[in-house]
Design a protein around this ligand. Structure first.
Ligand SMILES: [Zn+2]
Length: 130
């Protein structure tokens, strides 16, 4: 029977193997070595998943940004002929409630133009939320 000098993959001890491809000194080391490999594989898989998740989030964020830019482009085109917007139109385009707009005006977060009793909003204020 052939004998091969080996170092155990698990306990690092020298041993004599009967087969060329034996990698551990005992059944015990073989089992433990296998368990360790399984755990390592699981951890690697988990790490891969984390990387993919992060990547996916980045992609989703980019898509959101692009969508927002396109939406804004659409809004700008829609109002390209008008300098001043009614509050109704502004709310509709910005997708906000009238009450929200009133608060924004009170806090001077949005510039307004008064014509008589009516309040108008300059279309450049559409970019505020960007
Ligand atoms: Zn061993």
């Amino acid at each position: 029977m052939a004998e091969y000098k080996r170092v155990c993959n698990f306990c690092q001890k020298d041993f004599i193997a009967q087969k060329y491809n034996t990698k551990t000194c005992s059944n015990r080391c073989a089992n433990l070595s296998h368990k360790m490999k399984v755990r390592q594989d699981k951890e690697n898989m988990f790490n891969d998943n984390e990387v993919y998740k992060r990547l996916l989030n980045k992609i989703l964020l980019s898509v959101e940004r692009i969508e927002k830019a396109l939406e804004l482009q659409g809004i700008k085109e829609k109002v390209s002929n008008e300098e001043l917007l009614t509050t109704e139109k502004y709310c509709e385009l910005m997708n906000i409630h009238k009450r929200t707009l009133r608060r924004m005006i009170e806090r001077k977060e949005v510039e307004i133009t008064k014509q008589g009793n009516k309040i108008f909003i300059n279309k450049n204020q559409l970019l505020l939320n960007n």
